[in-house]
Ligand binder design. Structure first.
Ligand code: FAD
Length: 420
């Protein structure tokens, strides 16, 4: 690879150190070790990893990948398995919320998902990347240009790195995707997801609850108990409270007691008294999918390639599926002496991800349209559907294996728990 004088070289540069970018860097270094130099650029690398108050349901397939990467033992100490799941459908004013659908939380003898806070996962991934020799640079990527067999990656603070492959893991508003001229099909949901950690008096017993309310789903997701310095145990859950975006600023600026009473109306009192453990944060929700997941010497990863509604808790899992696919394709190519940023390798990645991403985008968009709707006929039909599914154990097993990420075709090796 010929690079201009004064230009650094690296085989792979990853722009964006969110959970997807960091997972890819770790997977590549675990597979190829010193045989591959990976530079990770993100101005936010020096941020407090616990600044993001979200918590994620890590599906069983993604858990297997973290196991294969040698990270799961550490994550497991902080993760809460989801042991069962209850789905209700009602208006906010309804005095009772009938349960329409219940799921047992296991698939092939293991929990279909574990809840972990974004902060805990991010901190562990950063440490693991550092220990395995990823070159972590707290600097943004300003742009890139392709020069034959390499991409010249220009850093915001000055300097250029010449790389065989540039991975854009720079989030839904990806600057690199735009610079490559890759189209983005998008529409807003006019909903925001309010997230916070809630403390409650009683044990959640590993139960996840999703209330379908007219403004959108309200999810209560169990987190691992916290043991305080004085030995007392704090029971905690994470919420994803979907609201119409126009109502969110007033809600978040309301008096803390008023906000808590709005929360109680949705959360219910089945877990006893509740309090906010973290200040609520709101995320505007939208749909987006890139017209192509690759460009010349460029691969899109995670939210830079696709943005979906959190109704099924699958956005990050989809990004981790990208990670497993790209890490496998690049590793296999490099072991055969092929160019990791070559057109054949990139085409293989595009083919591997297109169907899964399209299907998940359609399903989550459809579910949100069906359930964020208060028209009586629609409610009656969907409640009938939920009730029918509840009486069909085979179908329920199918849905839970889908959510666990274990039914997709061509599952990459890492998602089966196999090392690369
Ligand atoms: C309310 C809510 C709840 C959710 N719950 C779940 C769930 O339960 N399960 C699940 O699977 N998913 C869930 N998701 C989806 C999940 O949060 C995202 O899919 C995931 O965080 C995306 O990670 P990422 O690494 O692709 O992108 P991001 O987290 O957006 O990271 C992008 C990174 O790129 C960096 N960056 C940006 N520009 C540049 C540049 N020019 N150069 C270098 N770096 C740059 C940024 O600093 C950032 O660190 C949820 C989403 C929301 C909104």
């Amino acid at each position: 690879m010929a690079a201009a004088a004064g230009t650094e070289r690296a085989r792979i540069v990853i722009a964006g150190g969110g959970l997807a970018g960091l997972s890819l860097a770790l997977a590549l270094k675990r597979a190829l070790g010193d045989g591959l130099d990976v530079v990770m650029c993100d101005p936010a690398l020096t941020r407090d990893p616990h600044g993001d108050r979200r918590s994620f349901a890590i599906a069983a397939a993604a858990r297997r990948m973290f196991e294969a990467l040698g990270l799961w033992d550490k994550v497991a100490d902080k993760a809460q398995p989801i042991l069962d799941m209850v789905i209700t459908d009602s208006s906010l004013q309804d005095p009772v919320r009938p349960t329409y659908l219940t799921f047992e939380g296991t698939v092939e003898g293991e929990p279909f998902a574990h809840m972990v806070t974004s902060g805990d996962l991010m901190a562990l991934l950063l440490d693991a990347c550092r220990d395995s020799g990823v070159d972590l640079r707290p600097d943004g990527v300003k742009g890139f240009s392709v020069q034959g067999a390499h991409a010249d990656v220009v850093l915001a603070a000055g300097g250029t790195i010449s790389a065989a492959l540039l991975v854009a893991a720079d989030g839904a508003r990806s600057r690199l995707r735009e610079q490559a001229g890759i189209g983005w099909i998008t529409w807003p949901y006019r909903q925001s997801g309010i997230v916070a950690t809630i403390s409650h008096e009683r044990d959640h017993e590993g139960r996840a609850v999703e209330h379908f309310l007219p403004a959108g789903p309200f999810a209560i997701l169990p987190l691992k108990d916290e043991v305080l310095a004085d030995g007392t145990v704090r029971h905690r859950s994470s919420i994803v409270w979907t609201e119409r975006s126009e109502n969110v600023p007033a809600l978040l600026e309301s008096h803390p007691e008023d906000l808590l009473s709005e929360l109680e109306k949705r959360f219910g009192l089945q877990l006893g008294g509740i309090t906010f453990e973290t200040r609520p944060q709101a995320y505007p929700l939208a749909f987006g999918v890139a017209r192509s997941f690759v460009g010349e010497r460029l691969a899109l990863l995670g939210d830079a390639a696709h943005l979906i509604h959190p109704i099924a808790g699958q956005g990050l899992n989809l990004g981790l599926h990208d990670v497993a696919a790209l890490a496998e394709i690049v590793t296999d190519a490099m072991r055969l002496g092929m160019d990791p940023g070559g057109a054949d390798v990139l085409r293989q990645y595009e083919r591997a991800r297109r169907a899964d991403i399209t299907a998940m985008g359609i399903v989550t968009d459809g579910l949100n349209r069906l359930f964020s709707n208060d028209m009586l006929p629609v409610r009656l039909i969907r409640d009938l559907g939920l009730g029918l599914v509840d009486r069909m154990p085979g179908l329920k097993r199918f849905f839970i294996s889908e959510a666990a990420g274990m039914r997709r075709s061509d599952v990459p090796r890492l998602l089966k728990g196999e090392a690369l």
